[in-house]
Each structure stands twice: as C-alpha cells, then as structure tokens.
Ligand binder design. Structure first.
Ligand SMILES: [Zn+2]
Length: 371
C-alpha cells in the first residue's frame, strides 16, 4: 500500500512516541482446547499469485506431505479442470479440500458396504444411484472434478461462503464440519501446484494478488488495510503476542477469514474494571473491547481495543471480510490501533500465538498489503 509522504512522517512520529506503549494483554486467560495442526502457510511466501498457471499433472510434482505422488497428481487434475472451466482459484481450494475429506485425494473404487458410504466412488465419493454418472465416469478424475465444479457453480454465492458451507451444498455430507480442517493444506497444495494461486483474489480469474478489501483464494483477507506499527515479540516488547496496526479511530475491522465468533467482551483492566467505552491509556491493562474468531485448521484470530461494543456476538458465524467492529483505543492503549493476534492449535494462551505478519503473508493477505 502506498502512503503519501506527509502522512508517513506523522505516522512515524506517532509511532516513535508510542512504540513501547501500544499494547494489550492483561487478563486474557489461557485455555487449551487441544488439537495439533502442523500445517503451515509459510512455504507459500516465495510463490506468485497464480500467473504461472496450473502445473502439468504428468510432470514431476512436488512432494506435499502426507500425500503420495498419485494423490498429488489427482490434486493437479482437480486444479486443472477448475482452470479449464474458467473457475476462480477459490473453487480449486474448495474442490481439493473436498476430495481430501472424501477420499484422501485417492480415486477410490468400491470398497464394500462397510467402508463405502452407499455406492460412493472416486475422488469425490459421488454416487451413481444419486445421478452423478456411471461408475466408469465417476472413476475418471476429470469427469468427477467436472461434476463437482458444475454443481458448485449452481450454489448461489459460493464464492463468499465458508469452505464448509460451499462443500456441503455440493456434497450433502453427513459430516459437513469435516471439510474445514483440510482448508490450510488444500491452500498449500493449490499454491504449490499452481504458482501461488491461493494468494490471488479468490473470486476472480484474473490471477492477481489479493489486496486490501479482497479475499484471497485461501479464504483470508486483511483486517484493516494499514501496515504494522509495532511487531510481534520484538526485542523491546518480547511479550507482545500480536501486531499493532496503526489505524484511524472508527476504521472498520474485517474478520480475517470465515469462522465462528468464540469471544466478545470488554476485557478487564489491571484494576478489575470493565471500562471500554472510553479511551484507555498505557499501563491500564486489558484488550478493551475485543473479539476472537475460530477459523478452519484450529486457527484463532484476536482483535483488540475497539472503540465500541463489537458488532458480532459469541457463536455467530462470520465470513471473511465481514465487519466485526471499529478501531478504537480502549484498554491498554495509547492511541487508536488494532492489536491483531493469530493463534495456532486452538491455543488461546500466549504459547499459541504466532507472528501474524508471517502467517498472513502465507495466506496471500500480507499485512499492509505488501508481501
Ligand atoms: Zn499490541
């Protein structure tokens, strides 16, 4: 993002004046829900945004654990079919994740009544008796992927849906929540096999990198367009578990990805007060008005210091880019900014926090809009 020079200087002065002061933390308590997830978006950083096009399934393909060569070849076929049908890269991610859940990217034959769901077969476990095609057709990966995409296209608004909702509308599975856990690795596979296509604008076939206000094919978008003022666990602030995005008061804050709101509260300060409708101050303690969202792959994002009560409630489903509140300076804060955290493994404690700059870059939504 380009910032006019005078504003940059003002920002810099404001930044230097408050470097040690912007913060949050305080009374956020630890909660381990469990679940380990080693998938990492960091590998995607060096890639483009899909301009290079999909990889040839018959070429030597990269190894992407835990899948073998045949399975990655099937993923390449799925991606290529999506590209041939002129579907945007978000569809490729949804299709790959769906096949990961249904068949482990394996072209399954009939495994017997015990192991198959009814007469389901192939990469997407489609059923001949439900009108998906003949057994021979369904066992053809190109046919199976084409059928998946053609049904996806008929789902109204699939581009904006969570991956689970979109996949469920096509598959009508008995276990719809199972799709979401594959989203991070499906994102990586699409990136590795199609030149970083999951970093591109998800709903467009132009294959340009997503910028502020746009959702990448990974399903992620920027919470605010501004860049990082104060970083993650810096030498001067080793216990700073997120980044401070210096934004004007009232700037809308977007959900970084689809998910379920798991916490909305006025975080108490060091003296046990819940006073979030006023500007805070350094040393007050607490995140002020705050929101936490649980995303696919056991990722949680946290947003602090909002100016008023957030616009969402606990248990609410949100989509990427949905406005959840506005920037303020409530809690332990010296000026308006968004304190933004990313946690792994469903670990809300500081041990679960990871560098949001690195994580968001890996999702094709680099903070500040620069990779
Ligand atoms: Zn902070």
């Amino acid at each position: 993002m380009s910032v006019p020079r005078p504003r940059k200087i003002v920002l810099l002065i404001a930044l230097l004046a408050t470097l040690v002061l912007l913060c949050c933390g305080g009374s956020v308590t630890a909660l381990l829900v469990g679940g380990l997830d080693k998938e990492d978006g960091d590998l995607n950083v060096a890639l483009g945004c899909g301009k290079g096009g999909p990889v040839d399934p018959d070429s030597k393909l990269p190894r992407i654990r835990p899948y073998g060569g045949d399975q990655i070849r099937n993923a390449a076929v799925i991606i290529n079919v999506g590209a041939d049908l002129k579907l945007p890269p978000r569809a490729w991610v949804i299709a790959v994740a769906t096949s990961m859940q249904e068949s482990g990217l394996t072209n399954l034959g009939y495994l017997g009544r015990e192991r198959n769901d009814h007469d389901s077969q192939g990469l997407f476990q489609q059923r001949p008796s439900a009108g998906w095609g003949s057994v021979a057709q369904i066992r053809d990966p190109v046919y199976a992927a084409t059928k998946f995409y053609s049904k996806l296209k008929t789902v109204d608004g699939w581009e904006e849906m969570s991956l689970t909702d979109a996949a469920q509308k096509v598959q009508i599975s008995a276990y719809p929540d199972a799709y979401a856990k594959h989203e991070p690795l499906a994102t990586q596979i699409v990136n590795q096999l199609a030149d970083g296509a999951a970093n591109a604008v998800g709903s467009s076939t132009t294959m340009v990198c997503a910028s502020a206000g746009q959702v990448a094919a990974s399903g992620y978008t920027l919470p605010v367009p501004e860049s990082v003022g104060s970083g993650f666990r810096t030498a001067s602030r080793p216990s700073h578990q997120g980044v401070d995005l210096i934004s004007a008061k009232q700037t809308p804050i977007a959900a970084a990805a689809s998910g379920v709101v798991s916490m909305v509260k006025c975080d108490e300060d060091h003296r046990g007060r819940h006073t979030c409708n006023v500007d805070g101050y350094p040393g007050k303690g607490g995140c002020g008005w705050m929101v936490e969202i649980q995303h696919a792959g056991n990722v949680m994002t946290r947003y602090c210091h909002m100016v008023t009560r957030p616009f969402v409630r606990e248990g609410q489903e949100v989509t990427a880019g949905e406005i959840i509140g506005r920037v303020g300076s409530s809690g332990n804060s010296s000026g308006p900014h968004l304190h933004f955290e990313v946690h792994r493994n469903n670990d809300r404690s500081s041990a679960g926090a990871i560098d949001p700059v690195q994580f968001m870059r890996g999702q094709g939504a680099p903070l500040g809009g620069v990779g």
